[in-house]
Ligand binder design. Structure first.
Ligand SMILES: [Zn+2]
Length: 451
């Protein structure tokens, strides 16, 4: 029997295949799984207690040499984080480049006098020169505050907000630096968050102006799993923007016309985290929240979104406002203050494992396909997609109902860069992703109409 010569390069998928309800899935990489087992709640506890020991990490607190030597203030915290990254680097044969991103913030909202703000980061450069241009990063803010933004001497332990996120970045660096990835992994800790995302905004602007290709930014802020009675330690919230902050007017028109409100690159990253959690049997289940951040609140991922990068925020299921941003005190029987004793170190370690699994999976995967288009020259009830390859071993077409939060089907199409499916583009949302020969999957890319 003749095959389908008229379709040439197209892979026409049989309706039977399409009706097979193939769920998108990835297989666990044993090397990544082994690395995740090294992430330690004890290390997390030691990191958080050390950060708390600096008394305050207010961005406005002391940074002079004497205070650093005395182990007091944000300067001492900064030097300790740097020394930790350098220690991990010594343990991996100088595999990390440890860097400062420092600038002077002139007086501004919640900053009374010119203040040095320093972000510290470690770069695990990709092993493949081309893939190394792709960057995935994890971040937390190491600054803290108490009840008064301008109080720079009293205790501001910030054990949950955000020594927990800083510990996630440190643990990811410690464990993943023992591995090699084709793409680059960057471990970041920022300051100036509590005054208005100053540090992350500076870093993200630098990345944008230098043309960095940040594929994913994972922000961990308040991932301590506060031990309150209504906490659910089996859940971590993952916030992602819907309509991108950085969308142009033309992109906004297309989003409105095509129903793209739930398909930002950040939301594909959130979906990827959910699939990664299943693949590696995460002890914390992501609760995807389709919202930029908590109601009327913000965090460092927004600085990356503003520069057009995919970025999400991890936060514990239920925050306790007796603990965050509070002077340490007891009042009417309530203990106030962001102290280590309220942090669940096992929970932080579980969140760190999910971050590390996501970073390692993305850094192992080939680049996502580019120029992904739905072919629209003819009106037809089938749907044809085309894309440009990224040197990947194979590709998958994903789709879901327009009302579904997550991808519902995945169809492998081999190394072809075109596919036709007997499904109407009117009724579903499509995407394409890349895979290497070991099954590491890229982020999904939603098509635009062919130009
Ligand atoms: Zn915070």
């Amino acid at each position: 029997m003749k095959t389908l010569p008229a379709l040439l390069a197209f892979t026409l998928l049989a309706p039977s295949a399409v009706n097979s309800q193939t769920k998108p899935a990835s297989s666990a990489d044993p090397k990544i799984a082994a690395a995740l087992r090294q992430i330690s709640a004890e290390r997390v506890r030691a990191d958080i207690e050390k950060l708390v020991s600096f008394q305050t990490r207010s961005t406005l607190s002391a940074q002079d040499d004497a205070s650093v030597a005395a182990g007091r203030g944000i300067g001492a915290a900064r030097e300790w984080i740097k020394s930790e990254f350098e220690r991990y680097s010594r343990d991996c044969g100088a595999c990390l480049e440890v860097k400062n991103d420092t600038y002077t913030q002139e007086p501004a909202n919640r900053i009374a006098t010119a203040t040095h703000i320093t972000n510290i980061y470690a770069v695990l450069r990709g092993s493949d020169p081309e893939s190394a241009k792709r960057i995935v990063l994890v971040t937390g803010h190491y600054d803290s505050r108490n009840s008064d933004n301008f109080n720079v001497t009293d205790a501001a332990p910030g054990a949950n907000d955000d020594a927990s996120g800083t510990a996630v970045s440190l643990e990811c660096a410690r464990v993943l630096s023992k591995m090699k990835f084709p793409a680059t992994v960057l471990f970041l800790t920022v300051a100036g968050e509590e005054q208005g995302l100053y540090g992350s905004a500076h870093f993200a602007r630098m990345a944008k102006s230098e043309g960095w290709n940040i594929e994913a930014a994972l922000n961990n802020d308040i991932v301590g799993g506060d031990r309150n009675s209504q906490q659910d330690p089996s859940v971590v919230r993952v916030f992602s923007e819907g309509v991108p902050i950085a969308a142009s007017d033309a992109e906004l028109r297309r989003i409105r016309n095509l129903g793209g409100e739930s398909d930002s690159a950040s939301r594909q990253l959130a979906r990827y985290i959910t699939e990664t959690a299943r693949t590696y049997g995460s002890a914390v289940t992501p609760l995807l929240v389709f919202r930029l951040d908590r109601y009327l609140r913000g965090g460092d991922h927004i600085s990356f979104n503003e520069q057009g990068f995919a970025a999400v925020r991890f936060t514990e299921y239920r925050e306790d406002y007796h603990h965050q941003h509070q002077n340490v005190r007891t009042e009417n029987g309530f203990e106030y203050g962001d102290l280590p004793k309220f942090v669940n170190f096992e929970y932080v370690a579980a969140v760190a494992r999910l971050n590390a699994a996501t970073l390692a999976s993305l850094a192992s995967a080939p680049a996502p396909p580019s120029n992904v288009h739905l072919l629209t020259k003819e009106l037809e009830n089938t749907s044809s997609l085309s894309w440009e390859g990224s040197g990947a071993a194979s590709y998958e077409v994903l789709w879901r109902s327009t009302t579904s939060p997550e991808w519902e089907h995945a169809e492998p199409v081999g190394s072809e860069t075109r596919a036709t499916l007997p499904i109407s583009k009117d009724n579903v949302i499509f995407a394409v992703r890349s895979s290497d020969s070991s099954g590491h999957k890229s982020l999904a890319v939603v098509p635009t109409p062919e130009p």
